[in-house]
Design a protein around this ligand. Structure first.
Ligand code: PLP
Length: 360
């Protein structure tokens, strides 16, 4: 086996031990004589897998008992619509903090269901920073405040939780969930597509405070109604069973690593090493304001950009894959989620220094 260091933004690396355990359990899960993907989602075997995953997630995220955990489909993108449908609760506007491209998509979708107030907007700064909270225009009567704690494309991350008073805070945590401890009780809703830090694509996690459920707008498709999903334990229809099982293995792995505190320690160290390598060179650069730099996604430019293809080819050769930046911003992007080992970041930093020596 020859596993590469895969810096893809998503679907992303999974821990090798998780892949190996899934491989070992694939043909015959726990003496059932079948693989998890062949099981009825209503059978006792899969029910135990589903319950185990939820219990493990509740434990590592310390999710209070007045929150429901849903295992859904449709990706974070589906939640861009489902959030207003479920959370407007008779109100007609919602606040959005806009700090990047994913937030922009959430805003566009919400605009189909309600009035969107851009309470903060860093588009004029090219999404390189988070506007200071004292300049935000939050509306005390908004149905909720939505933000993107980590903008995956721009590499901009909140290292603190916005204070929205009594207005429920909604977070698209797709690219930062499980990367550090989080005070779930500060949130109304947390949602995340699984394919970055949780497991294979196809699964969407949703953590929602119980009192916010049950007042979806009349035209909400049944499948998107949080009440229906909560009442059916996320089995209103066939859930993404294999991704759910894999997520459970990843939750076990996070717990074995020492939980979210341990993940945060390693993640911060990985990010610090990479930003330090970028900052100490005149060849590489990262445009994000230092206090908003992401621990998970590190975009950077290589010289004047003319040797990007050479950089990528040489990186591939060295077993460092998927470093090409998002098509909207160009350059490079190293996504260094939980499953990227610290050695992978060390190898990237060594490679970058060597490349600069020969090309800088
Ligand atoms: C990847 C990503 C999305 C899109 O997720 P899908 O599951 O593909 O819909 C949305 N928001 C953020 C912050 C992301 O990183």
């Amino acid at each position: 086996m020859n596993r590469v260091y895969n810096f893809s933004a998503g679907p992303a690396m999974l821990p090798t031990t998780v892949i190996e355990r899934a491989q070992a359990e694939m043909p015959d899960w726990n003496g059932s004589g079948m693989s998890v993907m062949e099981m009825s989602h209503r059978g006792s075997e899969f029910m135990s897998i589903a319950e185990h995953a939820e219990a493990a997630l509740r434990e590592i995220m310390e999710i209070p008992s007045n929150y429901r955990v849903l295992f859904l489909q449709g990706g974070a993108t589906t939640q861009f619509a489902a959030v207003p449908m479920n959370l407007l609760r008779g109100k007609d506007s919602a606040d959005y903090l806009l700090t990047g491209m994913w937030g922009k998509k959430a805003v566009a979708e919400a605009g189909r269901y309600c009035e969107v107030n851009l309470a903060a907007d860093s588009s004029a700064q090219n999404f390189m920073e988070i506007p200071a909270p004292d300049a935000w225009s939050l509306d005390a009567d908004a149905a909720y405040v939505h933000y993107t704690p980590n903008e995956t494309i721009g590499g901009v991350e909140f290292h603190w939780i916005p204070d929205t008073g009594d207005v429920p805070l909604v977070a698209d945590m797709s690219s930062t969930i499980l990367s550090r401890p989080v005070s779930v009780e500060r949130y109304g809703v947390i949602y995340a597509g699984a394919q970055k830090n949780v497991g294979p694509a196809g699964l969407t996690l949703l953590v929602v405070r119980e009192d916010l459920i049950g007042d979806a707008i009349a035209d909400t498709p049944t499948i998107l109604n949080y009440q229906v999903q909560a009442d059916s334990a996320s089995m209103f229809n066939t859930p993404p069973t294999y991704s759910w099982y894999m997520a459970g293995l990843v939750f076990d792995w996070v717990r074995e690593q020492g939980g979210l505190r341990a993940m945060a320690e390693v993640n911060k160290r990985k990010a610090d090493k990479l930003y330090e390598a970028i900052d100490e060179s005149d060849f590489y650069s990262n445009p994000v304001r230092p206090d908003c730099r992401s621990w998970m996604n590190v975009p950077f430019t290589v010289g004047d950009g003319s040797r990007d293809d050479v950089f990528l080819a040489a990186a591939n050769e060295a077993g460092l894959l998927a470093l090409k930046g998002h098509r909207l911003v160009g350059g490079m992007r190293a996504s260094i989620y939980n499953a990227m080992p610290e050695e992978g970041v060390d190898a990237l930093v060594d490679f970058m220094r060597e490349f600069e020596k020969n090309n800088g």
